[in-house]
Design a protein around this ligand. Sequence first.
Ligand SMILES: [Zn+2]
Length: 463
Amino acid sequence: MVTIRLHNTLTRRKEVFEPLDPMNVRMYVCGPTVYDRAHLGNGRPVVVFDTLFRLLRHVYGPDHVTYARNFTDVDDKINAEAQRRKAAGAPGTLEDLIRERTEETIAWYHQDMDALGALRPTFEPRATDYIGAMQAMISDLIASGHAYAAEGHVLFRVRSYAGYGRLSGRSVDDMIAGARVEVAPFKEDPMDFVLWKPSDEGLPGWDSPWGRGRPGWHIECSAMSYELFGPAFDIHGGGIDLQFPHHENEIAQSCCAHPSAGFAKVWMHNEMLQVEGKKMSKSLGNFFTVRDLLDQGHPGEVIRFVYLGTHYSKPMDWTAEKAAQAKATLTKWREITAAAGQGAPSDAVIAALADDLNTAGAIAELHALAAAGDAGTLKASAALLGLLEDGMGGWLDTGVDLAPLAARLADLREAAKATKDFAAVDALKSALIAAGVEVRMSKDDVELRPGPDFDAAKLEPLR
Ligand SMILES: [Zn+2]
């Protein structure tokens, strides 16, 4: 059995991973709030924890690993978007518009994360399907003195849980000193956080012992992980931005609701992402969704490779140069492995991944296998990182062949300028469009790119 070591945020140490039950290894990762396209930073934990999921499946067997990632489909941003649409005259009730927005966003999320080669988790629970479980947990917390109802709200009594702050290494008093939030009058203590809040007429709400309302965000993950995994499980993951307060609050809720269970054993956090050395922001004009990059012609496999080139615990920088290098490397590796037979993954690649998911080290080992021409081992090893998989290489059949056709189209146009007969230019252009090629002709340039309906076979007669 391979020994996996993982850095545990809770203990601040790299530890040997020992599952509670090797026949049922359980991992929960906080998923997206579904009101908009996933940006490049949102894609990072998806690829990081997908790679861990693949490693766990390899070591414990695919039937012995369960992975849950939630959809937060009740949220003020979703409500605001639905209200905006309603104000703009969209048909349907507010509930219809909320459902429309969340369904649409979940479909986008699946398309974009599939394009990154991420396996679908075993469970993708939606918060709105677990409102009853959240209410049950909130009632338990009130009964045990860890929460209290006030003015239609229910709040978690932070001072009632001595372990609060352990994950993020902060003391409650430091947190209060650092907090600049306005304190609601119904709070006993400024640190207390919302488990339930009231909904007025214009907002989605559920009946509850505390009046019509909706859950706070943190209770969702505590309730859903309990329903799917029970009170204790192996790994809880997410971005470092969720460590405080979201994960700290999840621990407080779950450990007070199920005091002897222990909740998640290992906590893992991925670092944030930058673009060309700068924080990604709309105001800097360097804000990209995963879909933007796919539409710009970066294949999902290339984006995935760039993510995995940096260890998950380090900030990662997306650069055009890295994307170009990744594309060149994957092109070469796909040529080497095109006719590869069935191989087994290399021990060195497995050892790198088992060492706290050292993906950069694993990629270095893949380079060594490519240099040695060991195609079968390269392909099988790359699959552990979700690379060189059969369904992911479609991008390779395209860009390479289009350059000669672009040159020919440019030549025909040059010739037509003299003769004033553009028939040949139009014929070639129409044939390219019929093959699903996007044709862009500017004054001195011709650019051809495979579009979504690209069909390489239809180009054969043009060669
Ligand atoms: Zn969560």
